[in-house]
Ligand binder design. Structure first.
Ligand SMILES: Cc1ncc(C[n+]2csc(CCOP(=O)(O)OP(=O)(O)O)c2C)c(N)n1
Ligand SMILES: [Mg+2]
Length: 603
């Protein structure tokens, strides 16, 4: 300890040291960055001080990758990672990924540089053209808060405030921009000690969650108990892993079926009350939407909204005329005009603002009390549960038939690909980052733990290029746990940010990226075809500008050039298991990324 102090006296203590020390004290484990002169002070402090206190710098080859790595890390841990972005040009590479994080509701501390603001100190010419008034303007619409402190005390306060703001529900990124002058100026140690001891002594608090008013929650409990066919639709509830257990308990206590939007892992697919992919919402006389974005569209439409499970095949649901709708969540707190995120306004019958991590256990307690003292009611609920069980089993039988029907298709069907992978994964401790192979990974695999799925391959924001770096960030979070992390990633999605494989290689992150390769931005093939059909134009030409052929991308070679290991292209279903086994062997024995190029049918 004494050695450190002497060193500090000799080295001096700077603004960026203060920032990095506070990041450590706030529990930040990773700072993902792409370098630049406006963050050189911060960069130096990360290398020299951050490493001592356990903050690791993650080198990324693009700012969009850095943000998505931090986003993935937050999905796996619920905790923010930090990102450092060079001014203007670095910052302008990041907004789409910041938007994804904002709209996905994850915490993130985005740090940036600017200036030097002191005129004489600005180098020609880069410092002139990359100094903005203010950098925050470029991302203000996409973050919960942004700020540019003017002095060291302000830097300390705003970092603490930013952290609290980011991790308070609804969680979201914040952006803090530091003048080069402030980063590189000497700072008095006593100022740092004061703030550091308060942070370590937990003098700055994050508020406890919003509880929801009991009277309304009691009415929701009543509706769950006394409706004929109640169904819960779960959106982002699984962001708190403990809420998954509460939701299971609620479903069991009240005998309610649950439909999972697959925005997060919300409900185990093998649970008899899992009704995902069934049409039961149409029979429901009470629908309880939990943390659902865009309630109106999520309830009424199946495929057009990302928020609705890809397990359902028809587009529009016809609900019962007498259906009652209840809502629990924090959606109103996320309102922002920069991105609308809604369709029509949903009429509801009962609605309460509450954090589901506290509302769900309350409902479980409340309903248990009522049911325990009423054997007649318990029998009624058991009958309801057995009806749901039949629906659950029926849909699973249908999927098995569909798998059999699609067994021999060439190119391989997503169903068969998922089946072959499961033969290997079922013996593993595995985590799926993102993706479902068109729903088949959830239809066929056993998803029982929150780490069996983290979200949509384009995140809540729908921005392509998210899946691969987010998978790296998720794998970073599980590094050293022995859990094998894989992602199911479209070829188009992967190609936006394929360089993130280098980051995984460089930082020795074992991870398996399975490329769902249909040689196209297939989603847009369908859009092109729809327009061609409606205008009576050539179907052949509908493929121009949406296929990824001629040349076909060699994913295995690309992976190898970035320090990873590549398998494929794999076309025969019989080869999938071996590729998975080999990939698992590689990630277990060497800490490197593996890419499996799987040629599959688009649907
Ligand atoms: C950054 C960005 N650019 C464009 C789009 C529009 N888009 C939506 S889906 C998609 C195709 C993605 O291709 P791939 O990942 O291969 O999935 P596929 O549709 O082939 O299954 C595109 C380009 C987007 N969502 N995000
Ligand atoms: Mg594709």
């Amino acid at each position: 300890m004494e050695g450190v102090q002497t060193e500090e006296r000799e080295e001096g203590y700077y603004g960026s040291d203060l920032i990095v020390d506070l990041l450590c004290d706030l529990g930040i484990k990773y700072v993902a960055l792409n370098p630049g002169s406006s963050i050189r002070g911060l960069h130096d402090s990360l290398v020299n001080r951050g490493r001592r206190c356990g903050v690791e710098l993650i080198e990324c080859l693009h700012e969009e990758i850095a943000v998505a790595v931090a986003h993935g890390y937050a999905l796996a841990t619920g905790e923010p990672a930090a990102v450092a972005l060079h001014d203007i040009v670095g910052l302008l590479h990041a907004p789409m990924a910041i938007f994804n994080a904002y709209y996905d509701g994850v915490p993130m501390i985005v740090l940036g540089g600017t200036g030097p603001l002191e005129l004489e100190k600005r180098r020609s010419w880069i410092d002139w053209i990359h100094t903005a008034l203010v950098n925050g303007n470029f991302v203000r619409d996409l973050v919960k808060w942004d700020y540019q402190p003017s002095d060291p005390a302000d830097a300390a306060e705003s970092l603490i405030r930013g952290f609290i703001t980011s991790v308070t529900e609804p969680k979201a990124p914040v952006y803090l921009c530091y003048d080069v002058g402030l980063q590189e100026a000497k700072v008095d140690h006593s100022l740092a000690s004061e703030y550091r001891s308060k942070v370590k002594g937990r003098r700055y608090k994050v508020s406890t969650p919003i509880n929801g008013d009991q009277e309304t929650l009691d009415r929701i409990a009543e509706s769950l108990i006394h409706s004929e066919t109640p169904v819960i639709l779960a959106g982002n509830t699984g962001r708190n892993w403990k809420s998954v257990d509460y939701l299971v308990k609620l479903a069991e206590t009240a005998s309610v079926g649950v439909m999972d939007s697959l925005e997060r892992f919300n409900f185990p697919n093998v649970h008899p009350l899992d009704l995902t992919g069934t049409r039961l919402l149409e029979e429901a006389d009470f629908i309880l939407a939990l943390d659902v974005k865009n309630v109106q569209a999520s309830i009424r439409f199946m495929e057009s909204s990302y928020n609705v499970s890809p397990l359902e095949e028809d587009r529009v649901r016809v609900l019962r005329k007498d259906v009652k709708i209840g809502v629990i969540g924090l959606e109103e707190l996320r309102a922002k005009s920069s991105v609308l995120g809604y369709q029509r306004i949903q009429e509801t019958d009962i609605q309460v603002m509450a954090d589901t991590s506290t509302a769900l256990p309350y409902l479980v307690r409340r309903i248990s009390e009522v049911v325990e003292g009423d054997p007649g009611l318990r029998r009624k609920l058991e009958e309801r549960a057995s009806k749901y069980r039949e629906v659950h089993q029926e849909v699973r039988r249908r999927w098995e038939e569909q798998l059999r029907r699609r067994w021999d298709e060439r190119p391989m069907s997503p169903a068969r690909a998922a089946y072959e992978m499961w033969r290997v994964l079922s013996n593993e401790d595995w985590a799926l980052s993102v993706g479902t192979l068109r729903g088949w990974a959830r239809r066929i695999w056993e998803w029982t733990k929150p780490w069996h799925y983290h979200g949509h391959p384009t995140s809540g924001g729908g921005g392509q290029g998210f899946a691969l770096p987010a998978t790296v960030g998720i794998a970073l979070a599980y590094k050293g746990t022995g859990r094998s992390v894989l992602g199911l990633i479209g070829d188009g999605n992967a190609l936006y940010t394929f360089n993130s494989i280098w980051t995984a290689s460089h930082h020795r992150v074992p991870v398996i990226a399975v490329i769902e390769n249909n040689l196209a931005f297939y989603n847009d093939v369908e859009h092109r075809v729809a327009v061609a059909k409606s205008r009576g134009r050539s179907m052949e030409e509908a493929r121009i500008g949406v296929e990824i052929r001629d040349p076909n991308v060699n994913f295995a070679k690309m992976a190898e050039s970035l320090g990873g290991v590549g398998f494929g292209p794999i076309e025969a279903p019989g080869e999938v298991q071996n590729a998975m086994l080999s990939a698992l062997r590689v990630t277990r024995t060497k800490s490197v990324p593996v890419v499996i190029d799987l040629i599959v049918k688009p649907r």
